[in-house]
Design a protein around this ligand. Structure first.
Ligand code: CTP
Ligand code: MG
Length: 240
C-alpha cells in the first residue's frame, strides 16, 4: 500500500527568547498570526492528507482566530508538552486516535516558527525522501566562520565548518520510527526530530535548503521574515 503523508506542527512553546507576552506563534507577521503561514504552506500542499497542530493545553489564542479556510484538513490537538519533543510525541499519539495512520506513513514535522516555507522546498523534501529508508530534513551548509569562546567571551579557537549543516524543518520520518525514536527518555530534551532518529544509530538524509526558510527566534527575525514573505507573496506581502 502507498504511504500517506501527514504534517504535524508543534506550536506549544512560549517563545521566551522573543520577550513578548504573546507566544511567538501568534505574533503578527505579514498581516496574520505567524503560525498561519506554516499552516497555509502545508494545508495547500496536495500530497499531505491532514495537518495536525499541537497546542499547549492552556492555549488561549487559537480560538481567537478564524481557521475555517483550512477546513477539515487541519486538525487541532491540545496536548503540547514541556519540551518540543514531548509536544511532538504527544501529538503523534493523539493524531493516531483521530485518524488511521499507518506505521510507514510519512510525517513532516514543521515548526510554527518557520513561516517562510516555500512550495518548492516542500516539494523538494518530499521528492528526495519518499523512497528513503530513514527519512531526513531540510538543512543548509554553514556559511559563517565558527569561533569557540572561552569564559570571558574571547576566541579560544576557530572551528572548521567543513561538513557542518544547520538543521531546519520540515523533518520527514515514518510514523512508527519517529514515535519509537521520540519515546526514548534521552530524546525529550533534543531540539529536533532528526537527533532522536540519530539516537537509534540511523543517519537522516540532509536535503539542501536555503536560508530563506528561517526560524523566528529573536524579535529582529520578524522584519527579515516579512521581507521574505513579501517577495514570495508578491505585492505588499499582506495576506488577503
Ligand atoms: N514547541 C512546542 N512545545 C514546546 C516547546 C516548543 O511545541 N514545549 C514548538 C514551538 O512552538 C515552535 C517549535 O517548537 O513552533 C520550535 O521551538 P522554538 O523555536 O524553540 O520555540 P519556543 O520554545 O516557543 O521558543 P523559546 O525556545 O525561545 O522559548
Ligand atoms: Mg524552545
Amino acid at each position: 500500500m502507498m504511504s500517506k503523508y501527514f504534517a504535524l506542527i508543534p506550536a506549544a512553546g512560549s517563545g521566551s527568547r522573543m520577550e513578548n507576552n504573546l507566544p511567538k506563534q501568534y505574533l503578527p507577521i505579514a498581516g496574520r498570526p505567524m503560525i498561519y503561514h506554516a499552516l497555509k504552506a502545508l494545508c495547500h500542499f496536495p500530497k499531505i492528507a491532514s495537518v495536525f497542530v499541537v497546542l499547549a493545553p492552556h492555549d488561549s489564542e487559537w480560538l481567537k482566530h478564524d481557521w475555517s479556510e483550512f477546513s477539515d484538513k487541519l486538525i487541532m490537538l491540545n496536548c503540547g508538552g514541556t519540551t518540543r519533543s514531548m509536544s511532538i510525541l504527544n501529538g503523534l499519539k493523539a493524531a493516531s486516535e483521530k485518524l488511521l495512520i499507518g506505521d510507514n506513513d510519512w510525517v513532516l514535522v514543521h515548526d510554527a516558527a518557520r513561516p517562510c516555507l516555500s512550495e518548492t522546498l516542500l516539494e523538494k523534501i518530499v521528492d528526495e525522501l519518499t523512497n528513503d529508508a530513514v527519512g531526513g530534513l531540510l538543512a543548509v551548509p554553514l556559511a559563517d566562520t565558527l569561533k569557540r569562546s572561552n569564559v570571558s567571551s574571547r576566541v579560544e579557537r576557530t572551528e572548521s565548518r567543513k561538513d557542518l549543516w544547520q538543521a531546519q524543518t520540515p523533518q520527514m520520518f515514518r510514523y512508527k520510527l519517529l514515535v519509537d525514536a521520540l519515546s526514548r527518555p534521552s530524546s525529550m530534551t533534543m531540539t529536533d526530530d532528526a537527533s532522536a532518529i540519530e539516537g537509534l544509530g540511523l543517519h537522516p538524509k540532509l536535503v539542501l535548503s536555503d536560508t530563506r526558510n528561517l526560524k523566528i527566534t529573536y524579535p529582529q527575525d520578524i522584519v527579515l521574515a516579512e521581507l521574505i514573505l513579501r517577495t514570495q507573496l508578491g505585492g505588499d506581502g499582506e495576506c488577503s
